[in-house]
Design a protein around this ligand. Structure first.
Ligand SMILES: Cc1cc2nc3c(=O)[nH]c(=O)nc-3n(C[C@H](O)[C@H](O)[C@H](O)COP(=O)(O)OP(=O)(O)OC[C@H]3O[C@@H](n4cnc5c(N)ncnc54)[C@H](O)[C@@H]3O)c2cc1C
Length: 412
C-alpha cells in the first residue's frame, strides 16, 4: 500500500492548485489523474491563452454565491496574483478586466503548475482513474492501492469530457453519501430555428439577449452574439445557456425563446425617428439599406424581411407607418425559438453537482465524511464567462488544501 498525507483526485486546475498549496504546507501529496497528462483542459481555456481570472470577480458572478463567498474572499484576486507570481507567472489585464498570463499562452501556465508540483515532490500518477474511495482506519484507501489521511476530490464536472472531466467525480461523492443536484451544460452554444439563423451564419452583433419562457424572463445578458448554421454563440448567448439547459433538461415539453435586442443603446422611439429620417432624406433608397447604419447588413436585411414582408428592393418611401413600427419593434425584439444546447461536449462548464449544503463553506470539508474535501467544478458552483470559473478552481483548490494541512498538522 502506498502511503501519503493527502490524495488529490484529478489533476485539473483545482487539483493542481490544491497539490501545490498542500505541498507547500509540508504534506506528502499524491495526485491521481485519469488521463495520460495533467491539465489537459487548462491548455484549451481562453482559446489557448487561459483567462485565469477577472478583476471584477465578486460572489454575485457565481451560482451558490453565498456558499462560495468565504472561500473567494479568503483566496481573493490579490492572493491569486501572488500565488501565480510565486510559481513564476506574471498576469496582465486585457483592458476589460480579464486576466491572462503575460506570455499569452495557456501552455506556459500548465508548465509552471507542473514544475511547481515536481519541485514540491508531489507524486503525480497519470493514467489512473479513481473508481473507489473507502474510509479505513481513520483515513482513506483509494483504488485499493493508495492510502492517505485526507482526500480532495478535484475531478471536475461533465463539461468537455475529452479534456478529462467525465462526471466520475460525482459518482465518487455519491457513493460516499453525497447528494448530487441535477447537472446540465452551461456556457454553451444555443441551437435555434435554423430557417432564421442559417441565413445569418457568420454575422456578429452586440446585443442584449433575454431568455423567455411564456411570460417569464429566465435570464438576460449583454454582449456579443455570433450567428451560426445551428443557432447562436458568443459570450452573451453562452451566459444565458445554463438557464436554457436547466429548462430543456428538466421539462420534457420545454420551449423557450431567445429575444434579441439588436440595438440596446437605442430606444424604440430612437429607432422610429431614425427610420423616419431615412424615409425623409433617402426615399429612393432600397429597403435592404434601411438599417445598415445601425446593424450589420445581413442582419439589417433579415430584420426588414421578417418584419414587413416587402421585397428588399422596394423603395423606402413605400413604407407605411405600420411598417416603420413593426421594423423598429423587430430590432428591439428579434425572436429566435430555441431547440436546445450543444450539450456537454461543447460546454465550458457544467452547472449542478455536489450539493454545497453538505460541505463546510470555509474549509470545503464534507459534513458527512470527515477529512474528505471537494473543490472546483465537482461542487455545485459555476460562474459566467471571463475567468470566473478558473478563479473558483484556484481559490477552492487552495482553500481545501490549507484546511486539510492545518487539520493533519494539528493531529500529528
Ligand atoms: C474550451 C474551454 C474553455 C474554457 N475557458 C475558460 C477560461 O478562459 N476561463 C475560465 O475561468 N474558465 C474556462 N473554462 C472553464 C474551466 O476550465 C473549468 O471551470 C475548470 O477547469 C474547472 O476546474 P476543475 O479542476 O474543477 O476541473 P477540470 O479542470 O475539469 O479537471 C478535472 C480533472 O480531473 C480528472 N479526473 C476526472 N475524473 C477523474 C477520476 N475519476 N480519477 C482521476 N482523475 C479524474 C480529469 O481528467 C481532469 O484532469 C473553460 C472550459 C473549456 C472546456
Amino acid at each position: 500500500m502506498k502511503q501519503c498525507d493527502l490524495i488529490v483526485v484529478g489533476g485539473g486546475a483545482s487539483g493542481l492548485a490544491a497539490a501545490i498549496e498542500a505541498g507547500r504546507r509540508g504534506l506528502t501529496v499524491t495526485l491521481l489523474e485519469r488521463l495520460p497528462r495533467v491539465g489537459k483542459k487548462i491548455l484549451v481555456t481562453g482559446n489557448g491563452r487561459c483567462n485565469i481570472s477577472n478583476t471584477a470577480f465578486k460572489d454575485h458572478n457565481y451560482r451558490n454565491a453565498g456558499f462560495a463567498r468565504d472561500v473567494l474572499e479568503k483566496f481573493d484576486l490579490r492572493s491569486t496574483v501572488d500565488f501565480f507570481e510565486s510559481i513564476g507567472l506574471m498576469l496582465t489585464d486585457d483592458g476589460e478586466g480579464r486576466l491572462y498570463p503575460m506570455s499569452n499562452t495557456a501552455a506556459g501556465v500548465l508548465d509552471l503548475l507542473r514544475l511547481e508540483c515536481e519541485l514540491l515532490g508531489v507524486n503525480t500518477v497519470c493514467d489512473c482513474k479513481v473508481t473507489d474511495i473507502r474510509q479505513s482506519d481513520g483515513g482513506f484507501t483509494v483504488n485499493g492501492e493508495y492510502r492517505s489521511k485526507a482526500v480532495i476530490v478535484a475531478a471536475g464536472g461533465c463539461a468537455s469530457p475529452v479534456h478529462g472531466s467525465d462526471g466520475s467525480g460525482f459518482e465518487l461523492l455519491k457513493k460516499l453519501g453525497h447528494r448530487i443536484t441535477p447537472v446540465v451544460p452551461s456556457l454553451v452554444q444555443l441551437i435555434a430555428d435554423e430557417s432564421v439563423t442559417k441565413q445569418l451564419k457568420g454575422l456578429r452583433c452586440s446585443a442584449k439577449i433575454s431568455l423567455k419562457a411564456g411570460n417569464r424572463t429566465l435570464a438576460s445578458s449583454r454582449g456579443e452574439i455570433l450567428f451560426t448554421d445551428y443557432g447562436i454563440s458568443g459570450i452573451a448567448a453562452m451566459e444565458v445557456s445554463g438557464k436554457a439547459a436547466e429548462l430543456f433538461y428538466g421539462e420534457l415539453e420545454a420551449s423557450c425563446t431567445a429575444v434579441l435586442d439588436l440595438a440596446p443603446e437605442l430606444s424604440g422611439d430612437d429607432i422610429r425617428r431614425f427610420i423616419a429620417n431615412r424615409v425623409k432624406f433617402s426615399p429612393e433608397s432600397e429597403l435592404e439599406m434601411l438599417l445598415v447604419g445601425i446593424l450589420p447588413k445581413g442582419i439589417a436585411r433579415c430584420v426588414c424581411k421578417k418584419a414587413c414582408g416587402l421585397p428588399l428592393n422596394s423603395r423606402i418611401s413605400d413604407l407605411k407607418n405600420e411598417d416603420i413600427k413593426t421594423i423598429s419593434e423587430r430590432v428591439k425584439n428579434f425572436e429566435l425559438p430555441l431547440k436546445g444546447t450543444k450539450g456537454f461536449s461543447q460546454a465550458q462548464v457544467s452547472r449542478g453537482g455536489a450539493d454545497v449544503g453538505q460541505f463546510d463553506r470555509n474549509t470545503l470539508e464534507s459534513l458527512i465524511v470527515k477529512n474528505l474535501y471537494a473543490c472546483g467544478e465537482v461542487l455545485d458552483v459555476d460562474g459566467g464567462c471571463g475567468g470566473f470559473n478558473l478563479q473558483w478552481a484556484w481559490s477552492s483548490g487552495r482553500a481545501c488544501a490549507c484546511a486539510a494541512a492545518e487539520k493533519i498538522k494539528n493531529k500529528d
